[in-house]
Structure formats: C-alpha cells, structure tokens
Unconditional design. Structure first.
Length: 541
C-alpha cells in the first residue's frame, strides 16, 4: 500500500531525524493526513494508508501495513530509531492503542487522539442479531477471537512507553469516556501519561490562535519530542492473549502458552544492585500462562559471564556469551533451560490461528472440480466472491485456481484457501485423513465431525484453519459442507474485515442467514497441538 511523507523543514543530508508515524482516521487518505501537519525541522511525518474505503481499523492487515511502512521509512530515511513516535486521530487514535500496545518497544512515545476503545463500545454490538438470538457461549468464541483487538485490556504494555491522550471535550463521535477509561487504567498501573481534554472542542478541530490542526498541537509535539525510546529497559512487563498477534516486548519473547487464547503475562527485570567482580548477574522472571520464553539480555545491563535466571522463584545458573539468547521451556511442572522439541503440528506464533491468520501472508484461492460441473461452478463462484472482497476491501489481488492446477510450488509458497470438501476438492482429498474436521457422509442423515464429536444434521457447513498437512509451514482454510446445501452455505462467514471474529473453526446451519451466530452449532479453538480444545469449544448439540 502507498504511504505519504512530509519531509523535515530545512532537511540537511547527513543529519538523523525523528520519525512521527501518523495513523489516519476513517475515510482519510494518507496524503490528506500529512497535510494536517506543518513541516518540522526535527522530524519526518510518515502516514501509512490502511486499505479502502475505510481500512481495517488498524487491526489485522492495517496493523501489518503500519509496521511494514515503519520498517520501510526507517530504511529509506535517516531516522534516529530512538525517536520514533506513534500518533493518530479517531480510528487512527484507536490504531495507536492497538499497534503500540501490541508491539511495545518500537516507539519512544504514543499520542492517541480521540481514540476509541473497542468495536463493542464504539459502535455498540448489543443490537446485533447474534447477541439477540445467539447462545452467549457461541458469541463468546467470537469475542475471544477479537480479544487481542481490545487495547484497554493490554495497557500494562505501556510500562516503558509514555502516552499523551488528547480528546475534545464535546466530541460527539468518540465520547470522552473512551479517553478517560484509558487514562484511569494508566493511573491505576502507575504508568507515565498525560491526559488533555479540551473544553468546547469536538471530534476534529483547528486551533485558529496557533493555526494548527488538533493532530499537530504543539503540546503534543513537544511531549513526543521530549522522549527517547529506552533501547534496553531494566524492567519489562508484557501481556498478550494471542501469540499470533503479539508475543514480544523489548528483550523478552513468549514462544508458547500453557493454554492458548488465555491471558498470558511475563515480567522480567535486571534488579539494580552493585555486583562484585565475577558475581553472577541476576535476572528475575515471573510468568502466568507461559510454557516457553526467550530472553535476549541487554549487554549494557547483563555483561557476558555468569548469570542467575530466577524463573518463578527457581534459580538457574548459566554462563552467558555475547549475543546469546536464553531459552526456557516448561517441563515436569517447572521451567528448564532450553527449548522443548514438539511434535508437528503445534501452535507456534506463525501457525497459531484463528482463521484470519491464513490471510496475513500470501494466500491463494483453490476451488474443487471433483464434484461435477455444477458443483465446480458453485465453488468457483465462492472463490471469485472472496477474491472480489479482497480487492474491494483490501485493495489486493489474489489468484483463483482449480485444484487440478495446484503445483508443489504453490503448496510450498502459499497458504491455501480451499473451497469444497474431499468429495469436491482434490487437494482436500489428499489431506483429508489428517484434518480435524470432516463431512460425515453415509452415516444416517449425515453431518460434520470434529475430533470425536459427530454433529448430525442436514445442511451443515464448516470453515476452519489448520496447518497444511502437505506443508506444515503453511496454513489451510477449508470450506466444506455435509451435503449440497451445506456446501452452498460454506463461505457464509466473511473473514476480510476487522470485526470478523472467527475462531479456529465454526460449524453452522442455514439459520445464520437470519439470526447470525444463533445458527452456529459448534465453534472454538484448537489446543497447542491443534486438537479441539474442550475448554475452548461451544457445542450446541
């Protein structure tokens, strides 16, 4: 995607500048956003664009676009990486919270303006048919898939990143309750922040006395400019739910959880104390719902030599060499140095789910041709509809190919979005015995199997994500039906929008067309070994 740049005033070759990464609001183009700033002698202003027409609310593909533009800007321009700032207004203000808290350690300061907290609060979802008719346990699976998109739950991650919150006191688009909730949580945690609520101002305004837009207020610019990123903080606090979205903060990385899609926290610190020559440096680590983690100890704080890593109260004496990374894995109820060799497949951050993750790296749409000409045309139509949706919403192009033209190169290169079950799609037929969700044909009225559960019924459809049995480094998404009616329904749930909320698998019937998630009969998440997790499953029948 394109991005817009406002160069520094009086640019001087050979000098290093700060970078202000500014996230636009709904319907605002990137070049329009940089026009809201005056050139600054100390900084580049760079505005990524978040697809069209309104983007992905800086979740999902929007978040990835922002991070990609950040990397390009740091490579393209002479940027001082300790002075990279994240700001944005409205939808962009929400994006500041989402991107900044999911990726702590990238920014010296954050300045969200009129940023909303979550979909559920910004545009209340309680009037949706899914909430009116749906089983709360089923809707809970959708909410859990969206939990990482609720930044108010991850304010802990601003421990090392100062925040300036700006809100118009008369904002009728994003009421001040949103900014105040963030401020109250930051206050509870004791994090560094400034909250400025400007009386009499609405959602977007221009300060005539200063001749600046609300996005470019000097008080906000001065706040950001006064901070430099702490490259190697002595203490790191980090919280996440989905390792597929967020797993790293500064010199700490979480590699595995005890329970997937549950709150996961790690607190690592190098206590400030004088050590005699030759004494081991102490690193303390406290964890919750962590099964494996890696430390890259800051050289300025942890010199090469003996170290003691105290994990959840248990000491481990190690010898650290320059550049070493210290890995720990949970075994027999406690942490031990080293990584656990896991059997395939297992949930790694790159193969974590839910369904949407398969669309975050190059993918290809594959329709089945085994079910006869009529069925093949139907599946081709489903694939084309998804390709059109990716073009219309995502401003991207994707290939649509029949199963007969899928080569080893395609399997090696792409995530596969597969339309049709083993009876209709030849690629699904090749992997069917190793997939956890299957059409139960020839068994009474039929149905769909997931793990050991048989869900009986006509017209059932399923969508699910799973590591590709033909290439375990990639993902597949399968759309299948228990019969012809289910197959026609199998692409009902749309994934290419930020509020999709699809878990790892969802099985549903025709009533989804009129009652939303009330038509879902089974939904949930796979465990760390990609087996249906009973604790994270809704099953209506």
């Amino acid at each position: 995607q394109y991005f817009a740049v406002l160069p520094p005033e009086g640019y001087t070759p050979g000098r290093r500048y700060a970078l202000i990464l500014s996230l636009h609001g709904a319907g605002v183009r990137a070049e329009g956003l940089v026009d809201a700033y005056k050139p600054k002698p100390w900084a580049f202003v760079v505005a990524p664009t978040n697809r069209r027409p309104f983007g992905f609310d800086w979740q999902d593909w929007g978040r990835l676009d922002a991070l990609e533009v950040l990397g390009i800007a740091r490579d393209m321009f002479p940027i001082d990486t300790t002075r990279v700032y994240l700001t944005g207004h409205s939808m962009g203000g929400h994006g500041v919270w989402h991107v900044g808290l999911n990726h702590p350690g990238l920014f010296a300061a954050m300045a969200p303006g009129a940023g909303w907290t979550s979909f559920q609060l910004y545009i209340p979802w309680f009037l949706q048919k899914s909430y009116i008719y749906g089983d709360p346990r089923a809707v809970g699976m959708r909410d859990l898939a969206l939990r990482q998109d609720r930044p108010l739950d991850f304010v802990e991650n601003a421990f090392n990143t100062p925040v300036f919150i700006l809100h118009g006191g008369d904002d009728d688009n994003v009421p001040t309750i949103h900014g105040r909730m963030f401020a109250e949580r930051l206050e509870e945690l004791g994090h560094a922040y400034t909250y400025l609520e400007v009386p009499g101002r609405g959602h977007w305004w221009h300060d005539d006395s200063l001749d600046v837009s609300c996005a470019d207020l000097p008080v906000v610019m001065d706040f950001m400019r006064s901070h430099a990123r702490r490259r190697q903080p002595r203490e790191v606090r980090f919280k996440t739910v989905s390792l597929g979205t967020s797993r790293r903060a500064f010199w700490v990385e979480i590699g595995a959880q005890d329970e997937v899609m549950r709150e996961t926290e790690i607190h690592a610190a190098v206590p400030a104390r004088a050590a005699a020559a030759g004494d081991a440096t102490l690193i303390t680590v406290c964890t919750r719902n962590v099964a494996g983690f890696t430390l890259a100890p800051p050289p300025d704080l942890v010199p090469p030599g003996p170290v003691t890593v105290r994990v959840d109260g248990e000491d481990h004496a190690l010898m650290l060499r320059r550049g070493d990374r210290l890995a720990f894995s949970k075994r027999a109820g406690g942490f031990r140095p080293g990584r656990i060799e896991k059997s395939s497949p297992f949930k790694s951050p790159d193969l974590y789910g839910p369904i949407k993750q398969a669309y975050f790296t190059p993918f290809i749409l594959v329709y089945g041709t085994r079910g006869g000409p009529t069925t093949a045309r139907r599946l081709l139509h489903q694939a084309r509809r998804q390709a059109f949706r990716w073009w219309r919403r995502g401003n991207g192009c994707v290939e649509v190919v029949p199963d007969t033209l899928v080569t080893d190169r395609i399997i090696d290169t792409y995530n596969l979005i597969l339309f049709g079950g083993p009876g209709e799609n030849g690629i699904v037929a090749r992997m069917a015995r190793r997939l956890p969700v299957r059409a139960a044909t020839g068994r009474g009225e039929g149905g769909i199997e997931i793990g050991a559960h048989l869900i009986r019924g006509r017209g059932l459809a399923a969508e699910f994500v799973y590591p590709n049995p033909l290439n375990p480094e990639k993902l597949v998404v399968v759309h299948l039906g228990a019969d012809a009616a289910g197959l026609a329904l199998s692409d009902f749930f749309k994934v290419i929008h930020s509020g999709a909320g699809l878990p790892d698998y969802v099985i549903f019937d025709e009533s989804v067309r009129t009652k939303g998630w009330a038509g879902v009969v089974c939904a949930g998440f796979f465990d760390e070994e990609w087996r249906p997790d009973p604790a994270l499953m809704f099953l209506a029948r």
